[in-house]
Structure formats: C-alpha cells, structure tokens
Design a binder for this molecule. Structure first.
Ligand code: SAM
Length: 280
C-alpha cells in the first residue's frame, strides 16, 4: 500500500506557495475560489454526502476511487462512510492542498491523493482494482467539462466486476422557454452599445449557448428527456441533433431551449437524486 501524503507528485509540479499567474492560467481548478463555490453549493455537496453516509453498508471496507478529488471532500465522505481506503486522483494543483486537508482531518492513513490525470496515473502500490468509483464530473449540463470520459476510462480500467459508480445514472432534459425581457437584455443590447451599432453580432450571439438561471414562469413546454445514460454501461457519444417544434406560445421562429439535468445514485437503498429544475 502506498504512503498517502506526498505520494505520486510528478517532478516539477509547483507547491501552492510557489504557483504563479501562469500556473493558475493553465490550471483553473488550482484556484481556491472555484472549490469554494462548489463546496458552498450545498445541494450538490450534501447530495453526495447523503448518498455515501446513508449507505454505509455499501462502503464498509471497500476500496474507493475518487476521480477528480479537488479538495478531497468526497474522499473524506467516503472514508466517513466506512471505506477501507480511498484513492483520490486530481490533476490540478489543488491536489497538494487536498493532501494537507486530508491529513489535518485525520484521514492520511486511509486516503491517498495521487496528483495527475486519471488517464495517465497508476494506482498506488497494493491496489490493482477498486470496488467503488465516486466522482463529481457533471459541470454544466453533463457535457460542459467533458469529464465523463475520464470517469468511464477509470471504470473500464479499474472498477471490479459488479463494482459501483456514484452517481450511476445521468439524465438530461430539454424544454422550451420564452423570456422577452431576457432576450432584450442579451440580444437587443448589441443594437446600441455606448451609442455604437454592434447589431451585426446578434446573429452569431443568438447561436451561443448561455448558462443562466431560468425563471419557472419562462418555461412554456413540458420537459422531455434528451439523454439518459447509465454510467455503468455507457460509452460516451454526444447527441448529434435536437429537433424543436415551433409553438404558438413563442414569438420567435426558433424558440430558445433550456437544458436541465438529473443524477441519481440508484445502487443505494436510500435513493439519492440531484436535479436542476425543471427536470422531473
Ligand atoms: C467539478 S470538480 C469536483 C471537485 C471535488 N470532487 C468536489 O466535489 O468538490 C472536478 C475536479 O476534477 C478534476 N479533473 C478533471 N478532469 C480530470 C482528469 N482527467 N484527471 C484528474 N482530475 C481531473 C478537476 O481538476 C477538478 O478539481
């Protein structure tokens, strides 16, 4: 079994204290702010915590792999849930801080942080397979960070037959939205910017996906499942085309579409679900 803190740091990786603006530019997850934001997202973080702590029978004495462990928060939940050993893999400089956090919380002998890309690392000595893979890989709408590929890579390489994935089912929903005021703010804005006509940008701007909060009142259609993936068996393939029907509710030729997501941890007896409305 590998020693924990300090293991598997590639030569040349800077300590947090020595990181420069250049290191941060190429390593956005080294910033503490992004981790603060994720940890303060209590819906997200408690969904993972509850899924693990409410299912200690699944974690007792198991070897767990945390893909993209960040600050190590999910690794520590897994250890609290009874895992025999947790291997946290993190490619960003935050891995150095994760080791310190894990040691400060008394988990150094049960959690090993490996700094590197999951696609390039080896598991620590003494481990060739894992019983459970945990990962918070979704980013915006499952696709934005393209991290699911990395989880599936880890699944195919190291997950024992019959092993568990947390989460193990991902669903994406689509619905039509209509918000004239929002459209004015985002598109008609280009008509006069400090008195200049920048409206030539509008036709390109309307095609760009936006990540924003959709008011419930703006939703005018049912939500339809666009993508359902069982992470236990899926191979990754992005959806190629979405068809949208024109409805009488909209004044635009192409109604804006809103995507939302739902993740579930179906292997747990205390079922857990993490959704962004308006998914069912
Ligand atoms: C959405 S964050 C989740 C962090 C942490 N698990 C949490 O829940 O707070 C995803 C993390 O995965 C890391 N990551 C992304 N792709 C990776 C890869 N291929 N190998 C290792 N780490 C990766 C990122 O650097 C980032 O810290």
């Amino acid at each position: 079994m590998a020693s924990s803190a300090g293991a598997a740091t590639p030569p040349g990786a800077p300590e947090v204290e020595d990181m420069t603006a250049k290191d941060y530019y190429f390593d956005s997850y080294a910033h503490f702010g992004i981790h603060e934001e994720m940890l303060k997202d209590t819906v997200r973080t408690t969904a993972y915590r509850d899924a693990m702590l409410n299912n200690p029978h699944l974690f007792k004495d198991k070897v767990v792999l945390d893909v993209g462990c960040g600050t190590g928060v999910l690794s520590m939940f897994a250890a609290q849930a009874g895992a025999r050993h947790v291997i946290g893999v993190e490619m960003s400089g935050i891995a150095i801080s994760a080791r310190k956090i894990i040691a400060a919380n008394g988990f150094a002998d049960r959690i090993t942080v490996v700094k590197g890309k999951i696609e390039e690392i080896e598991l620590p000595d003494g481990f060739d397979k894992v019983d459970i893979i945990i990962s918070e890989w979704m980013g915006y709408f499952l696709l934005y960070e393209s991290m699911l590929n990395s989880v599936l890579f880890a699944r195919d390489k190291w997950l024992r037959p019959g092993g568990l994935l947390f989460p193990d089912k991902a669903e994406m929903y689509i619905c039509g939205i209509e918000d004239l005021e929002y459209r004015r703010q985002k598109l008609d804005f280009w008509d006069s910017v400090y008195g200049f006509d920048m409206s030539c940008i509008k036709s390109a701007a309307i095609l760009e996906p936006l990540v924003d909060i959709v008011e419930p009142a703006s939703v005018f259609s049912d939500s339809a499942p666009l993508l359902v993936r069982s992470c236990r068996v899926c191979r990754w393939r992005a959806p190629r085309r979405v068809r949208a029907a024109h409805t009488e509710h909209t004044t635009h030729r192409s109604p804006p579409l809103s995507l939302s997501l739902s993740l579930s941890l179906s292997s747990s007896h205390a079922r857990s679900r993490l959704t962004s409305p308006p998914a069912r």
